[in-house]
Structures are given as C-alpha cells and as structure tokens.
Design a protein around this ligand. Structure first.
Ligand code: GLV
Ligand code: GLV
Length: 329
C-alpha cells in the first residue's frame, strides 16, 4: 500500500528525510514557508492518508471532510494538540499524535526562566533604555528590579515542562516552590521542595507564577480578573503554554491597575494578534513591564529537528501497524 502524506508547512529536515526514505510513502509538502491559506489546505488534503500538521492549522471536521474517508492519521508537529478536534477524530477512527520529549521540555523550561530573569532584572526595559541614549549617569535607584533569591514561585501544571522549570529553580536558585495540578505530584515533592497548594493559595503566596497546563475547556481563562486580584502586586506572571489560559482582557486591566507587576508572554489569546481587541486603547506592546516573544519557546534548532524526527517516527510506526509512541487519540 502507498500512503499519501500531506505536510502543511516546511519543517526542519530530519523527519522529512526519514519519510522520504520509505518507499511506501508519497510525500507532498506545502512549498512556501508561510501559513497555508485555509482554502489551499482544504484542497491539498484531498485523498491523503496522513496529514502532518503544524499548530497554526485548525484540523477539524471541515478538514476531515475535505480529505475524505481514507484519512487515517494526523501527526501534529507540536506538544499541544488543542488545534486538532479529537472528538471528531475519534468518531472517524483517525489516529492523532503529538511530539512531546525531554528536549522540547528543556527548551520551553529554559524560555520560561528567561522570561523570569527578563522581568525580575528588567533586561528588555534596560536594553531599550540604554539604546535610547538615556544612560547618562549611574544612579542608586535606576531601574531597580527584584532578586530570585528567597522568592516563591508558583507552578501551575507539573507535567514534563512544569517539572523541568521546578527542577531548575530548585537546584539552581534555591527558590521556594509551590505547585498546583489536577492531582498531587509525589515524585516532584520528593525530588524538590515543591509543595502542593490550591490555585487560590498558590496565587496569593507566589512572587512568580508560571503556567504549564494544556488548553482545554477547564483551563480556558483559568487566570482572569478574580485570580489577578488574588495575586501579589509585586508578582510576575509567565505564560509559555497556550494563550487562552489567560483572559487577556482581564490581564491588560490588571496590568494597568497595577494589580500585578508584570507579565512574560510567548502565547496570546488571539494569536498571532497580540491584543484581541486592536481598537482597545490599552495595548500590551506599550507597557514596559511586559516581555513578549512570538510563540518561540521551543524554537531552538535542536528542538525543532527533534520534533520533526518524532512526527516522522510516529507516522512510520503507524504505517508499520504499531501504536505510535506519542498517540493522543
Ligand atoms: C508549541 O507550542 C507546541 O505545542 O509544541
Ligand atoms: C555597582 O556597580 C557597584 O559597584 O555597586
């Protein structure tokens, strides 16, 4: 049997090489290095057996219908899979895989800590200040930040990425660590000083709060007006998970009312828009205590190659009749 595979965007080549080396596979890749237009996607998936998708593609019943009943698998090139309609995939018996690994978790954990440093030490702000020629003289109160030492960090979600952040902060910076999750994490508690708290307690006690839960109906707007009011006025919030976990409108309000001290965001509620409501006169991009990156927490050469390899390996296992390593459905 020949398997027709459509790749919705060029990805690093490791996995592509693996797929190309297999005689049973007929590979078609969207040839431009930009997001495929929806109409083009619907056209190109027709008659394919497998779709290798990236996280900007909504893979839903419209795509499944456009592909046809022979579609067997969606290999998502991402850790998150909220862009794939799992309920619809299940109805149709379509397998879905993702690309989690140690490597990716390390990348995202490092990015999370980069945000913490940037906020606490005001790195981006200081850089803008210096570039603008404003550094005229050393001053005892110039750009005062805050130390990690002796501070409390609250981690929401202690899967691979959240746990990676906890280990680094515990081993490297001797911080006090609180965590919240849908269940206790005894291994993490044993290996580090991490202590379980309810979400409310965690928000009340933490100097840094970092989000590491997947996006689902139960985590959408997990952090909204009520939660911002629970946080310390000196606290920083970091999101390297998924945008809609934070109610962004409430975030902008909380920042402008100084209910929290700052935020580091890699993901956005209305991505790639930075603000859901561009007419709104409060803009995250205008605020100095905000550090923004364009969904690049896993954007290292090593990690993106690993994701490519994992997506391909999942596909090869599937066509060999085995259960793929990273099956999510
Ligand atoms: C990136 O956001 C991913 O889910 O891999
Ligand atoms: C600062 O540069 C100091 O020497 O304290």
């Amino acid at each position: 049997m020949i398997y027709k595979i459509f790749v919705t965007r060029e990805i690093p080549d490791e996995g592509i090489k693996l797929l190309k080396a297999d005689k049973r596979i007929k590979l078609e890749i969207y040839e431009k290095d930009k997001q495929i237009p929806r109409r083009e996607l619907l056209k190109r998936v027709k008659d394919k057996d497998i779709i290798l998708s990236i996280l900007t593609e909504r893979i839903d019943d419209e795509v499944f219908n456009a592909a046809g009943p022979q579609l067997k698998m969606v290999a998502n090139y991402a850790v998150g899979f909220d862009n794939v309609d799992l309920v619809e995939a299940k109805k149709r018996g379509i397998a879905v895989t993702n690309t989690p690994s140690e490597q990716i978790s390390e990348s995202v954990a490092e990015h999370t800590i980069a945000f913490m440093f940037s906020l606490a030490k005001r790195i981006c702000e200081a850089d803008r200040f210096t570039r603008a020629g404003k550094y005229k003289a050393w001053g005892p109160k110039l750009l005062l930040g805050t130390d990690f030492y002796g501070k409390t960090v609250g981690i929401i979600g202690t899967g691979r990425i959240g746990s990676g952040v906890v280990h680094r902060l515990h081993d490297g910076f001797n911080m006090k660590i609180l965590y919240n999750d849908i269940k206790r994490n005894p291994q993490l508690e044993k290996e580090t000083s991490a202590k379980f708290r309810t979400l409310e307690q965690l928000l009340k006690e933490s100097d840094f709060v970092s989000l590491h839960v997947p996006l689902s109906p139960s985590t959408r707007h997990l952090i909204s007006s009520k939660q911002f009011k629970m946080m310390k006025k000196t606290a920083f919030l970091i999101n390297t998970a998924r945008g809609p976990i934070i109610d962004e409108k409430a975030l902008v309000k909380a920042l402008s009312k100084k209910e929290i001290a700052g935020v580091g965001l890699d993901v956005y509620e209305c991505e790639p828009m930075i603000d859901c409501d561009p007419k709104d006169n409060l803009d995250l991009r205008e605020m100095d205590n905000v550090v923004l990156t364009p969904h690049t927490a896993s954007a290292t050469l090593e990690t993106r190659q690993e994701m490519s390899r994992l997506a391909a390996e999942n596909i090869l296992m599937f066509i060999n009749g085995k259960t793929p390593k990273n099956i999510v459905r």
